[in-house]
Design a protein around this ligand. Structure first.
Ligand code: EPZ
Length: 416
């Protein structure tokens, strides 16, 4: 458990280079099992989720060296094909190793922790996709056991554009004989990064970013060097911190085009936003206007992961903002904590109504999950006095040196 201490009501000023993307690098680390050669990742973020994914590779018998922003992976001689509970409990999304292990070893066993802070995290779409490719899957009480003598290309219609199920299908399809077509595929930028990596390995794959992805089986030989793209949710996080605290901020090494829905809401709130090729400058208004209606949807809709951060930015606006969550069952667990700061938030199922208040006052809070925890830090930046946030380890899963970056921008933030 760590404690974040924030002394609020100090404007942010300065420039930050945003970290590499957690949700882009995790599936690539898993997919590195496809090749018996080396994969080098640069601009890799220092996150506990990345440590957990690399530890899974090491447990399987691969080698992986991490040193300042780079990870050198060698998957020449894996010895295991199972992932035990102590490793899957550290990383929620370890289901992403199912497809790669099935592709490499023809079998896989992953013990799954079931739900998480965001509610039930079913994997039915992952399993259906792998069954389409010819896998035999036994659902055990504590996980799944998969076998596939041979994977065969297939048509995979996803009933939901699940990011993880799309990624598992893409990776497993690389080892399938013949062509696979994935319909209703997720369109997130992380899918395009994964496609880019699989192409570096020699895959014949196209369509990422569109609802239809085509993959032809291949036997990977080459080794790959991939630069991890910037984290679009970390980018949204820093922007919302600046709205909460006031001031102005420059973000470097970012991709504004991946944040269209977030940027347009921030402009509606009165933020002065300037976009460069790989930079963003935000000047916060004295008092932001309300956000209006924020409805989360699969990409390219408003990203569910940015909703808690935007809610923090709405707490002291001059009106009401309405949030509608369409992706996860328990996305609003941070709302209860924000009320302790004096926020006026009412919840009705998937809908949260935020009525802006004049001022927020520091309080003792508890981080409920990764993005909710970051949202509490953002909200605390706009609260008078000191806020203490108890965090059981959620925030470091997805943010690299968040406290150092905020301190460099003039915030009074430290972590015990
Ligand atoms: C990825 O999770 C991200 N995680 C999440 O980010 C992100 O919120 C989510 O995509 C949506 O964008 C990683 O990339 C590691 P989904 P994933 O499968 O793949 C339902 C963060 O904070 N579903 O697209 O698990 C599911 O319940 C994390 O960085 C099924 O019903 O998300 C949810 O309602 C949080 N059956 C919806 O689909 C399945 O088999 C979207 O889930 C799979 C998913």
């Amino acid at each position: 458990m760590s404690e974040w201490h924030v002394i609020g009501a100090r404007p942010l000023r300065g420039s930050v280079r945003v970290q590499g993307s957690k949700n882009a690098v995790l599936p690539v680390i898993a997919a590195s099992l496809l090749t018996p050669n080396e994969t080098v990742l640069t601009n890799c973020p220092a996150l506990s989720d990345v440590d957990a994914a690399v530890d899974i590779l090491r447990y399987l018998g691969c080698t992986a060296e991490q040193r300042e922003g780079e990870v050198h992976i060698n998957t020449a001689a894996p010895e295991r094909w199972d992932i035990p509970p102590e490793l899957t409990h550290r990383m929620r999304s370890s289901v992403i190793f199912l497809g790669p292990m099935l592709a490499r070893f023809g079998r896989a066993r992953v013990s799954l922790p079931g739900g998480c802070e965001l509610g039930a995290r079913p994997i039915d779409l992952h399993l259906r996709a792998l069954r389409c490719l010819g896998a035999e899957i036994e659902e055990l009480s504590d996980g799944v056991l998969c076998r596939a003598r041979e994977l065969r290309g297939a048509e995979i219609p996803l009933t939901l554009p699940s990011v993880g199920a799309t990624e598992n299908a893409m990776i497993a399809a690389c080892a399938a004989r013949g062509e696979t077509v994935i319909y209703n595929a997720a369109r997130e930028p992380e899918i395009e990064t994964l496609q880019g990596y699989l192409c570096l390995l020699g895959a014949d794959i196209s369509g990422a970013g569109s609802p239809v992805i085509r993959v032809k089986g291949f036997s990977p030989k080459d080794h790959a060097v991939l630069t991890v793209p910037p984290d679009r949710i970390a980018t949204a996080t820093y922007l919302c911190c600046a709205v909460c605290a006031g001031g102005e901020l420059e973000l470097r090494g970012v991709r504004p085009r991946e944040l269209r829905p977030v940027l347009s809401v921030l402009r509606c709130m009165g933020c002065d936003l300037t976009e460069g090729e790989s930079s963003l400058r935000l000047r916060a208004p004295e008092r932001p206007r309300p956000a209006g209606a924020v409805i989360t949807r699969p990409y390219p809709g408003f990203p569910t992961d940015a909703a808690p951060l935007l809610m923090a930015a709405c707490l002291r606006t001059g009106g009401s903002s309405v949030f509608m969550e369409n992706i996860f069952d328990c996305r609003f667990r941070h709302a209860e904590e924000m009320r302790r700061l004096g926020a006026d938030i009412s919840l009705r199922g998937p809908v949260a109504v935020v009525n802006g208040v004049e001022r927020l006052r520091g309080a003792r809070l508890r981080s409920p999950d990764l993005r909710g925890g970051a949202a509490l830090v953002a909200a605390a930046l706009g609260a008078e006095g000191e806020t203490i946030i108890e965090d059981p380890g959620h925030i470091p899963r997805g943010y690299q040196a968040l406290e150092e970056s905020l301190r460099a921008l003039g915030a009074e933030v430290w972590r015990i």
